[in-house]
Design a protein around this ligand. Structure first.
Ligand SMILES: Cc1ncc(C[n+]2csc(CCOP(=O)(O)OP(=O)(O)O)c2C)c(N)n1
Ligand SMILES: [Mg+2]
Length: 620
C-alpha cells in the first residue's frame, strides 16, 4: 500500500484540498480555504500545515466567531456548494466559534470547524485554558459544540481521520443534514505523524443529487392542489439553494398559485412577478398575510416554518387548511402534519408543473393576488419616498439603497429592525440579491457575512446594512476585508441603540428600559442621560475603511455613488430616527408578557397578548 507520512494536521488540509462537489454536471472544489486565528492550540499543527500547503488559502480573521460567519455567508451565497474550514486555538478561541456553529446549523449551512483541544496524552494537564472537571478527564470546552453541530468528533489518534473525514463530508454535502461539522483536534495529536494511505488524498467527488418526489405522494399532492380553491406557496431558502427559482416562476405563472417568501426564500421570485405576494409572516406584506389567512392549501417549499413565517402559528386561519411540504429534509417535510414530499425543490416543482398542466386557480383568485402584488408595491413606493426630514427614516434609507443598487447587487443583514423592513420593502430582482441571516438573527454577522458574500460573488456589489448595535458588537472583519482587498459597501444606521428591541420594549410595557445608548445620569441614577458620544465614522476609519458621513437622502445618494467608485471597503454612516417606524402588516409575533405586574402598561399589554395568542393553532 502506498502511504504518505504526514501529521494529522497536514493530512486534514491535504484531504480538504481534494474534495469536490458536483451538481447538474458542474464540478467545483468544496473548500475555498481556511479562516481563523492561531494560538498555541493550533499554530504548530493546522498552522504549520497551512504554511506548508499555501494553495489552500489561509485568511486571517479577527474573531473566531466571525470566521464562522464568513464561512456561513460564503456557503449561503454559494447555495451550499462551497464553504471554508475554520481553525481556532483551544479554550476561548474554540468557544468563540460556538455561536457561529449554532448559526450555521440553524440555517442549515455547511461549515467545517477545527477547534484545537486539550492534550490527548494528558500527562501535562491541566494545560493553559483547560476546563477541568473533577468527575471526568474525557471532557473539554469543545463538548459545547455537540448540540450545535450536525457532526461532532474528537480526533484522539491520527488514524481516526480515516473514519472521521468521510463522515464530515457526507454531512456537509447532504442537503438534508448539513450544518456545522466539528472536528476537535487535541494540540498534540495535530502534530503527530502517521503513514496515511495515499488514497485518502486522491480527488473525491461528492455528488449532490436531485431526488424526485415519490410517485404516490406526488399523485396525492396533485389531487390536493386540484381540489384547492385558495392555494398559497411559501418559498423558503430551499428554493434558492436548489436553484429552483425559474421552476417556481414557471409553476406560479402556469397555475396562478401566489407565492409568499420567507426571509431565507426572498428573491425566489422577482418582486414584480405578478404571483409574488412578497414577504410572509410577522415581517410580511399585507398581500401575503391576507392570502395566508384564508388559504385552504399551503405548499411549503424548502421552508422550516419558523415562527416569523407562521406568525407564531396564527398566519393560517382557514379551519380547513392543509399543507404539502416539499423539502430535502424529511424533518421539515413532516411539519404541520403535511403531505411530506421529500424531494429536491427544483425536481419536485418541475414534476408538479407537468402533472398540473392545464389546471389553474380560479380566475378571481388569481386576479386578487395580482392586484395585491401591485397594491403592495405602491405601499413600498410610499415608504421609500415619503420625506420625513432629518434624521431620516430607515425606510427612506432602504429606498435610496434599493433605487441605487443594480439588480445583481446583494443587500445583506442579520439583526435589529432592518431585517423586518428589508423583508417587507426590499425590491429583489435577482435570486441571490437578498441575503438575510434570520435563522439565528445574530448581531455581528453583518460585516463578517458581507465579507463571505463578496468572496463568493466578487462580481457583485455587496451592501451590508447594519445597525449601530450590531456594528458595536462586531465590526472587526472590516479590517480583514481591507487586508484581503475585498470591497464592501457598509451602510451603518445610527439610531442610538436598539430600535427593534426598543419597539418591543414599548409594546410589552417596558418603556425604553435598557435599549438606548444613553449615559448614566447622575441625577436619576438611570441610563437616561445624553446619547453616548460614539463616533462611528472615526471607528470605521480606524479599521482602514473609506468613510463617508451622510445626513439626509441626497447626501446618502451621493455617498452611494462615491462608494461605487471606491475599490476599498467603504462605510457610509447615517443617523436615522428610531421613532419613524414602518408599520407591521396584519400579523403577530408571540412574545409572552408578564402575567402580573405593578405597571399598568404591562397589564394592558398582557391583556392584548392573551387575546392574540388565542389565534395560535395546532396543525394535527
Ligand atoms: C448576538 C445577539 N444578541 C442579542 C440579540 C437581541 N437583539 C436583536 S436586535 C437587537 C438590537 C440591535 O440593535 P441595532 O443593530 O442598533 O439595530 P436596531 O434595532 O437599532 O435597528 C438585539 C439586542 C441578537 N439578535 N443577537
Ligand atoms: Mg440601532
Amino acid at each position: 500500500m502506498k502511504t504518505q507520512h504526514l501529521t494529522t494536521a497536514q493530512a486534514i488540509i491535504r484531504f480538504l484540498e481534494q474534495q469536490q462537489v458536483e451538481r447538474d454536471g458542474r464540478r467545483q472544489p468544496f473548500f475555498a480555504g481556511c479562516l481563523g486565528i492561531f494560538g498555541h492550540g493550533c499554530i504548530a499543527g493546522i498552522g504549520q500545515a497551512l504554511l506548508q500547503y499555501p494553495q489552500f488559502r489561509y485568511i486571517h480573521t479577527k474573531n473566531e466567531q466571525a470566521s464562522v460567519h464568513v464561512a456561513a455567508a460564503f456557503a449561503k451565497m454559494s447555495n451550499r456548494l462551497r464553504t471554508f474550514a475554520c481553525v481556532s486555538s483551544i479554550g476561548p478561541g474554540a468557544t468563540n466559534m460556538v455561536t457561529g456553529a449554532a448559526l450555521a446549523t440553524i440555517n442549515r449551512l455547511p461549515v467545517l470547524l477545527l477547534p484545537g483541544d486539550i492534550f490527548a496524552r494528558r500527562n501535562v494537564s491541566p494545560v493553559l485554558q483547560q476546563l477541568e472537571q473533577p468527575y471526568s478527564q474525557d471532557i473539554s470546552v469543545n463538548d459545547a459544540f455537540k448540540p450545535v453541530s450536525r457532526y461532532w468528533d474528537r480526533i484522539n489518534r491520527p488514524d481516526q481521520l480515516m473514519n472521521a473525514l468521510p463522515e464530515v463530508m457526507r454531512v456537509l454535502t447532504s442537503q438534508a443534514e448539513t450544518g456545522a461539522a466539528t472536528l476537535a483536534l487535541p494540540q498534540d495529536v495535530q502534530t503527530e505523524a502517521f503513514p496515511y494511505p495515499a488514497e485518502l488524498f486522491e480527488e473525491r467527488v461528492w455528488y449532490i443529487p436531485r431526488p424526485e418526489p415519490e410517485k404516490a405522494l406526488l399523485a396525492r399532492a396533485v389531487e390536493w392542489i386540484r381540489a384547492s380553491k385558495k392555494p398559497l406557496a411559501v418559498a423558503g431558502g430551499g428554493v434558492l439553494y436548489s436553484e429552483a427559482h425559474k421552476a417556481l416562476a414557471a409553476f406560479a405563472q402556469a397555475t396562478g398559485i401566489p407565492v409568499g417568501e420567507t426571509q431565507a426564500g426572498k428573491g425566489s421570485l422577482p418582486y414584480d412577478h405578478p404571483q409574488n405576494l412578497g414577504a410572509i409572516g410577522v415581517t410580511g406584506t399585507f398581500a401575503a398575510n391576507r392570502i395566508a389567512r384564508e388559504a385552504d392549501l399551503v405548499i411549503g417549499i424548502g421552508t422550516r416554518y419558523s415562527d416569523f413565517t407562521t406568525a407564531s402559528k396564527t398566519a393560517f386561519q382557514n379551519p380547513k387548511v392543509r399543507f404539502i411540504n416539499i423539502n430535502a429534509a424529511e424533518f421539515d417535510a413532516f411539519k404541520h402534519s403535511a403531505l411530506p414530499v421529500v424531494a429536491d425543490a427544483r425536481a419536485a416543482l418541475e414534476t408538479l408543473a407537468r402533472a398540473l398542466r392545464g389546471w389553474r386557480v380560479p380566475e378571481t383568485y388569481r386576479r386578487r393576488a395580482e392586484a395585491l402584488n401591485r397594491q403592495w408595491d405602491h405601499e413600498v413606493d410610499r415608504l421609500y419616498h415619503t420625506p420625513g426630514g432629518v434624521p431620516v427614516s430607515q425606510a427612506e434609507v432602504i429606498g435610496a439603497v434599493n433605487d441605487f443598487a443594480r439588480p445583481r447587487d446583494v443587500v445583506m443583514c442579520a439583526a435589529g429592525s432592518l431585517p423586518g423592513d428589508l423583508h417587507r420593502l426590499w425590491r429583489t430582482r435577482d435570486p441571490k440579491g437578498y441575503h438575510l441571516e434570520y435563522g439565528y438573527s445574530c448581531m455581528g454577522y453583518e460585516v463578517a457575512g458581507g465579507l463571505g458574500i463578496k468572496m463568493a460573488a466578487p462580481d457583485r456589489e455587496v451592501y451590508v446594512m447594519v445597525g449601530d448595535g450590531s456594528w458595536l458588537m462586531m465590526s472587526s472583519e472590516l479590517a480583514t476585508a481591507v487586508q484581503e482587498g475585498v470591497k464592501l459597501t457598509v451602510v451603518l444606521l445610527d439610531n442610538h441603540g436598539f430600535q427593534s428591541i426598543g419597539g418591543l420594549s414599548q409594546a410589552i410595557g417596558n418603556g425604553h428600559f435598557g435599549v438606548r445608548y444613553k449615559l448614566r445620569n447622575a441625577k436619576t441614577g438611570h441610563l437616561d442621560g445624553a446619547n453616548v458620544p460614539i463616533d462611528f465614522a472615526a471607528n470605521a476609519r480606524s479599521l482602514g475603511a473609506h468613510v463617508i458621513s451622510a445626513r439626509d437622502i441626497p447626501d446618502l445618494k451621493s455617498a452611494l455613488a462615491q462608494a461605487r467608485k471606491q475599490t476599498t471597503s467603504t462605510v457610509i454612516v447615517i443617523e436615522t430616527d428610531g421613532e419613524k417606524r414602518a408599520p407591521g402588516y396584519e400579523s403577530w409575533w408571540d412574545v409572552p408578557i408578564s402575567e402580573v405586574s405593578e405597571l399598568s402598561a404591562v397589564r394592558k399589554a398582557r391583556k392584548e397578548f392573551v387575546a392574540a395568542a388565542r389565534k395560535e393553532r395546532f396543525f394535527l
